[in-house]
Design a protein around this ligand. Structure first.
Ligand code: IPD
Ligand code: CA
Ligand code: CA
Ligand code: CA
Length: 261
């Protein structure tokens, strides 16, 4: 086992012990909310503050590491790809603001473009999912099993069908799966693929921070992940992606690729 990764892992878990209560307590404070690209694209002072706090921890411990975060520094400003952290401080900001539930913190750590550590913290359930390269994926320290193989026609698929209903590939996906369920938080939708509750999560327009951790979990859990055309995702670019159970991955790719438009 890589000792330096173990040390980083212990530190990140320590950071969560400070950051998660801060987020939970923030729900009873008055939040400042702004819109970004559209009226449905929100950001709060807590998204920004959480990113600033995680960033400060990384800089304090690893001053030469590079950081890509949704709310601040992005890929264009990165100087080297030797040690890269990707942060989504609140994934599922709409849920955070409208439901006070079903949102998470996403952190991923890459060395020389290889995913090493991935974290998804389901804040209101106090559930920490973490994955380490070649060491497996864990829920609150207990190793997760790979989900059983399930065919597309028997499984629940997650995708934002209200947003993508005009796209023929999404409507065909709806017609071929057992049914659709959508959490509205990419990290939590992904968790449900990890534990077999969903057979696939199909997402469009992701940022690098939306999928970088999932790449590491997918490898450790024997899940499949690709762009809509079946090619590997680029953790520095983001974009459209499929995260799927091995039993339905090929079928999902063939649908999403056939109707790419
Ligand atoms: C969004 C959510 C959403 C997904 C979008 C993401 P945000 O993240 O995860 O479920 O469909 O692609 O951008 O903006 O709430 O961090
Ligand atoms: Ca956002
Ligand atoms: Ca996100
Ligand atoms: Ca976010």
């Amino acid at each position: 086992m890589d000792r330096s990764l173990m040390e980083i892992d212990l530190q990140v878990k320590q950071w969560f012990k400070e950051i998660i209560p801060f987020i939970q307590e923030s729900l009873s404070t008055e939040l400042t909310i702004e819109t970004k690209s559209s009226h449905r694209d929100l950001v709060s002072n807590i998204d920004k503050e959480v990113e600033a706090r995680i960033r400060a921890k990384i800089i304090e411990n690893y001053p030469i590491h590079q950081i890509i975060g949704e709310e601040t520094k992005q890929r264009e400003q990165i100087q080297s790809f030797d040690n890269v952290w990707l942060i989504d401080p609140i994934d599922g900001t709409t849920n955070f603001l409208k439901q006070q539930d079903h949102f998470c913190v996403l952190i991923a750590y890459y060395e020389n473009n290889v995913g090493k550590l991935g974290y998804i913290y389901d804040v209101m359930n106090n559930d920490l999912y973490h994955a380490m390269e070649n060491e497996g994926a864990y829920l609150n320290g207990v190793r997760m099993k790979s989900p059983a193989s399930i065919a597309l026609e028997d499984g629940l698929v997650s995708c934002d069908i209200s947003r993508w209903h005009t796209k023929s590939n999404f409507t065909e996906l709806v017609n071929h799966c057992f049914d659709i369920r959508y959490m509205g938080c990419g990290g939590i939708d992904s968790i449900h693929v990890f534990d077999g509750k969903f057979v696939a999560f199909v997402n469009s327009d992701s940022g690098p921070w939306d999928l970088a951790a999932q790449v590491i979990f997918a490898k450790e859990l024997g899940l499949k992940m690709s762009k809509f055309d079946g090619n590997p995702v680029d953790y520095l670019v983001g974009g459209d992606y499929i995260l799927a159970n091995a039993g339905c991955f090929e079928d999902v790719v063939s649908i999403m690729k056939r109707h790419e438009s």
